[in-house]
Design a protein. Structure first.
Length: 301
């Protein structure tokens, strides 16, 4: 019998609010964050096979490992070990999410692989159990499973769904070079030792703005404590952020640990206009338009 492949699609994320607290004894920072899942996605296809193998195509593939350190492979192995299954399968990843771009691309692949393997094996497990495995793989993996808009605390893995009305429109400026998430956190620690960069306050007002569906209300409330550190490591991002605002975006922010810059726009057409101007200004490698919120990892029929 020819094995039947199963494809799962998982979204990118942007942090509408990313408040970074102090370093915990386990080395992680305490976070208060508001995630939104965007229409940019990776597709992960699992096919039962005689050995575990990985095949990656799409944007930025040269920086994606095809060995067991790939987060999708780690997800399959973690689930197989926990439920006594055989992890052997072919994993095909089509990257649409920028690699090392601060948009949780690896986490999306891990979430897709978890859901895909659980479905292939017919595991009778609830979301809570899948979430538990997800959190062992990375702080953003539980959100990649759930999608939509959510408040994340702890390392970002403890989620509370947030109300969101309507659709928000984004233009994304993808950078030429990636940024390592641990390096950005280290830079923030360094900046905080040297001075006292301002910290994002409570996300309450931002959550009301998301619930209102009004991008004009949301724009001035976007906040990211990692932005100063990302700009310190890649000063050219200041030009990118400036160019997006000059092109008519309502607000621009570094996405997570960067270097992708996310611009909130008034509507879908405005997002395309901002993208066209950014592409012409030569301040980024390429641009994408996206909307959110969208669901988390989903089996493609
Ligand atoms: P985050 O926003 O969650 O901090 P990111 O989006 O900045 O992460 P990723 O695209 O997840 O970054 O990649 C970070 C690193 O993880 C890559 O440089 C790569 O070496 C490694 N990696 C492992 N598995 C994957 C995967 N499936 N896709 C992309 N990168 C992966």
């Amino acid at each position: 019998m020819v094995p039947t492949p199963l494809t799962v699609r998982a979204p990118a994320k942007v942090n509408l609010h990313l408040g970074v607290g102090d370093v915990r004894p386990d080395g992680f920072h305490e976070l208060v964050t508001v995630f939104q899942a965007l229409s940019l996605h990776d597709d992960v296809t699992l096919t039962p096979a005689d050995e575990l193998s990985l095949h990656v195509t799409g944007d930025g593939v040269r920086d994606v490992p095809t060995d067991p350190t790939n987060l999708a492979a780690r997800a399959v192995v973690a689930l197989a070990e926990r439920y006594g299954r055989d992890p052997n399968m072919r994993i095909d990843i089509v990257k649409g999410i920028p690699v090392a771009g601060g948009m949780a691309g690896g986490s999306a692949d891990a979430a897709a692989a978890l859901l895909g393997a659980a479905t292939l094996w017919g595991l009778d497990i609830g979301r809570d159990e899948l979430d538990e495995v997800a959190a062992t793989l990375g702080s953003d993996v539980p959100f990649s499973l759930h999608g939509h808009t959510a408040l994340g605390t702890g390392r970002g893995e403890r989620l509370i769904p947030a109300l969101a009305r309507g659709e928000f429109h984004w233009t994304l400026a993808l950078a030429r070079e990636g940024l390592s998430t641990p390096a950005v956190y280290r830079e923030l620690d360094r900046l905080r030792e040297a001075g006292d960069p301002p910290r994002a306050g409570s996300p309450d007002e931002l959550l009301s703005a998301v619930a209102s569906g009004d991008p004009h209300r949301l724009a001035p409330l976007l906040a990211n404590d990692l932005q100063a550190a990302a700009l310190s490591l890649q000063p050219g991002l200041r030009r990118t952020l400036r160019a997006g605002m000059e092109a008519g975006a309502l607000a621009g922010i570094v996405s997570g640990s960067g270097p992708t810059c996310a611009f909130l726009c008034a509507g879908a057409d405005d997002a395309v206009d901002v993208g066209t101007e950014l592409a012409g200004a030569g301040v980024c490698r390429t641009v994408r338009v996206a909307s959110g919120p969208v669901p988390g990892a989903t089996v493609v029929p």
